[in-house]
Design a protein around this ligand. Structure first.
Ligand SMILES: *Cc1c(COP(=O)(O)O)cnc(C)c1O
Length: 380
């Protein structure tokens, strides 16, 4: 929470514009985050994961600071280009791409692609000849609050074969990638993947294929309710593992922070629509907000991400509440298994501030489920 955000929200209220939930993102925080990554991992290039927050001003700021961009679709590539990034600073990092989208990306100048199987390599060899490819290896997502396991990557034993296939088809077998799981709270979780990566580098070198790059993925956390280690601790742990597994031959590295770049830059202001009980003797109250799973808070799915919530009654006595969204869908409940402690004095009509909401909120907002518009976003 920054003073600029507090002032912006006060001004919005005074002008009577506060008629629905909104997220406010402070670019100064994004700028600081970029500097922190650059400092903690000085020899590593930053590829911001556009999906975390593709706002044009966020992308423009990062492009100006020298960031590269990890994209997952032609639209994201166009957004990065529009922000001022040249094609050589953009990767097409989704392992699941239509061949015609690869062709479109190639036309736009993109020459760096992710793969995790031979069929995807063949698409790239046809639609983006001569490009660089990196193969994603599986990570189990242990230690992450938002694991990305299984869907992406192949087992390390297969990666060599995938890259050899790429080499044979005239592509540049450029390197490896992995993602240790989003909101990864343990900086040591990069170690096992780096050990596998070094094994694959050696194995392929024996077959005359010299990989150059390791893509360390995202996973850098945002502080929600629980504390998280500083980015510096991640930089140190990663560098130690690189030294341990690659010795004096440390490859080129890149990171793809999404959440860690923008999460703490954003605050959502929402409103209490209703407070009620289901029975007179219920210990737990239901608090319904005008924001829920369908208009910005999708990451509360399975109660995985627990956002800090501030109210004007902070400091008062707290009571356990079930927190729910406004729509007529019963899955639109944010926290129930583990009720959320909120001040007893909270009232219908009170504003609440949901912190750490700069990442994965606007992009996860439905078009207009139940007539509720997508989350409004202001970047200041
Ligand atoms: C989503 C994604 C990221 C960003 O992950 P965070 O945990 O938000 O940092 C990075 N790389 C790839 C390939 C992704 O899909």
């Amino acid at each position: 929470m920054t003073n600029r955000i507090i002032e912006f929200l006060r001004d919005r209220r005074e002008k009577g514009l506060d008629d629905g939930p909104c997220v406010v993102v402070d670019l100064d925080v994004v700028r600081d985050n970029y500097a922190t990554f650059a400092q903690a991992l000085p020899d590593t290039r930053v590829f911001y994961a556009v999906k975390a927050n593709p706002d044009a001003q966020v992308l423009k700021l990062l492009a100006g600071l020298g960031s590269c961009f990890d994209t997952a679709s032609v639209v994201e590539i166009q957004q990065a280009l529009a922000a001022g990034a040249t094609p050589d600073r953009i990767s097409f990092g989704n392992t699941i791409k239509k061949e015609r989208d690869i062709a479109r990306a190639y036309e736009l100048g993109i020459r760096l692609y992710a793969v995790d199987c031979e069929a995807e390599v063949e698409k790239i060899a046809r639609a983006a000849p001569g490009s660089r490819v990196f193969c994603r290896i599986l990570c189990n997502g242990e230690g992450a609050e938002w694991p990305l396991s299984r869907k992406f990557g192949c087992v390390p034993e297969m990666a060599g074969r995938v890259l050899e296939h790429a080499h044979r088809l005239g592509l540049i077998a450029y390197g490896l990638s992995f993602h240790v799981g989003s909101q990864q709270r343990n900086p040591r979780m990069w170690d096992a993947a780096l050990r596998s990566s070094a094994d694959i580098f050696r194995d392929l070198a024996e077959r005359g294929i010299h990989l150059q790059m390791v893509n360390l993925g995202g996973g850098f956390p945002t502080k929600y309710l629980k504390d998280v280690p500083a980015v510096k601790a991640y930089g140190q742990a990663i560098f130690k593992s690189l030294r341990k597994h690659f010795g004096n031959r440390i490859p080129e590295t890149i990171i793809e922070p999404g959440r860690g770049m923008v999460g703490n830059a954003g605050v959502i202001e929402a409103e209490v629509v209703l407070i009620s009980k289901k029975a007179d003797d219920d210990a737990v109250k239901w608090v319904y907000l005008d924001i829920g799973k369908f208009n910005g808070l999708a990451e509360t799915m399975d109660e995985m991400i627990r956002y800090p919530i501030r109210t004007e009654f902070d400091g008062d006595e707290l009571a356990p509440c079930v927190l729910a969204g406004p729509t007529c869908d019963s899955v639109d409940v944010l926290y129930e298994k583990e009720p959320y402690l909120l001040p007893v004095s909270l009232e219908i009509g009170s504003k609440v501030l949901i912190e750490g909401t700069g990442a994965y909120t606007t992009t996860y907002s439905a078009v207009e489920f139940n007539g509720f518009p997508p989350l409004k976003s202001y970047v200041i």
